[in-house]
Ligand binder design. Structure first.
Ligand SMILES: [Zn+2]
Length: 397
């Protein structure tokens, strides 16, 4: 799951993406307020698009610390609307005409003398149109007449208010994204002072051997299905070699680092810790067998000498026989999903989940990558028919 990356273009991108739908929704909502009694708390409460704005909710709830009552949220909307109106003029409260800020306040029923009044006057009661027209220096009759750009002066006023609110929301969302981005990049300055690179160098050492186990088990199973006993024998021994290296590196990691998996995400930490245990659990090896394997790779630390020893050393020969028998127990159909009860594929599955989880955590920290991780071009089992070196036979003769 790649996390979104913040860029300086984010504000533009966000406001462009938001502009069409949200701007239309905000314009409609503000228009509805203006057409009725103005931006009263009761009227605002009925406008879901205004009440649901991220910047409004954050302000009203003190950034999520409290759960404000609706009238408090509506009050914040009213304040933001007033601010939007005032933004239309450099000196919004100068008494000189024209003054778009004063006209906008009148359109929202926020200008003194316009509160609670209808837009259009009724018999015996003047509306707000006269005040708006006066601040704009228009004849009241021409306030709703389309101009050359197709918008009436009144529509243009409403859209300008909506535009300000939209930009405020965009700025809020960009700020949120930036905060989230910072939170996602655990720096050296945390109390833990985690040196991620050193950590991951150790993690990837184990990863390499786990990958060897996964690939060679897959190849051993594939060659069984292809009825290629030489290949099967080769990959049985090679997968045992990688399993021995995995066990050795894991033991060293446990001794030197306390076996402590420190990753940016605690769920991933648990997955990885579970996986290293679950990779070992379905195998036929006891703890003593594992210890024999670790001792064996100290003496025969190259694959050639190790494979040779699997033919000559009594203790290793027994382990290879067990390992072979275990791999042969897989009866999964290669064209189907592996059977859940297959212990070989349980091991393969946990190895895969260990590798994927670690890769994801690395990608998270390695923030210089600006594209998603590519898929590997190598599919081990597809290469299997071309990878049957006569290593085992030559050395065993
Ligand atoms: Zn299987």
């Amino acid at each position: 799951m790649p996390w979104p990356r913040y860029s300086i273009d984010a504000a533009t991108t966000i406001s462009t993406a938001m502009s069409k739908q949200l701007q239309a929704a905000l314009t409609d909502a503000i228009q509805a307020l203006a057409e009725a009694q103005g931006a009263t708390v009761a009227a605002i409460s009925a406008q879901a698009d205004l009440m649901g704005l991220g910047c409004v909710v954050a302000e009203a709830s003190d950034h999520g610390r409290t759960t404000p009552p609706l009238d408090v949220v509506a009050g914040v909307v009213a304040l933001f609307l007033e601010e939007a109106a005032d933004s239309l003029e450099e000196n919004p409260h100068a008494g000189t005409e024209p003054n778009r800020a004063a006209a906008a306040r009148a359109a929202l029923g926020l200008e003194p003398g316009t509160q609670g009044k209808p837009l259009r006057g009724r018999r015996g009661q003047p509306g707000r149109i006269g005040t708006i027209a006066r601040w704009l220096i228009y004849e009241p009759a021409s306030l709703f007449k389309p101009r050359q750009d197709g918008r009436s002066p009144f529509d243009a006023l409403i859209e300008d208010i909506a535009e300000h609110l939209l930009r405020r929301e965009a700025a809020f969302r960009v700020g949120e994204q930036r905060l989230a981005q910072r939170a996602r990049r655990p720096p050296l300055e945390t109390a833990m002072r985690v040196d991620w690179l050193a950590r991951f160098e150790r993690h990837y050492c184990i990863w390499s051997y786990v990958a060897g186990v996964r690939n060679d088990l897959g190849m051993a199973v594939a060659s069984l299905r292809d009825d290629a006993p030489d290949d099967t024998d080769h990959f049985v021994r090679k997968s045992l070699y990688y399993h021995a290296l995995f066990l050795t590196e894991l033991e060293r990691f446990t001794r030197e680092r306390g076996g402590l998996w420190v990753l940016p995400n605690p769920t991933a930490e648990q997955t990885v810790a579970d996986a290293v245990w679950m990779i070992r659990k379905p195998t036929p090896l006891t703890e003593i067998d594992e210890s024999i394997l670790r001792l064996a790779v100290i003496g025969w630390d190259e694959i050639a000498t190790f494979v040779q020893a699997t033919h000559t050393d009594t203790a290793l020969r027994r382990l290879v026989d067990m390992w072979h028998e275990w791999i042969v127990s897989c009866a999964c159909d290669p064209t189907q999903q592996p059977q859940p009860e297959c212990r070989v594929h349980q091991c393969v599955g946990w190895a895969q989940s260990f590798m994927t989880t670690l890769d994801e955590q690395w990608d998270l920290l390695a923030d210089w990558y600006d594209v998603p991780r590519p898929q590997s071009a190598v599919v081990p089992t597809q290469l299997a028919p071309h990878m049957a070196p006569p290593l085992t036979k030559d050395l065993s003769r």
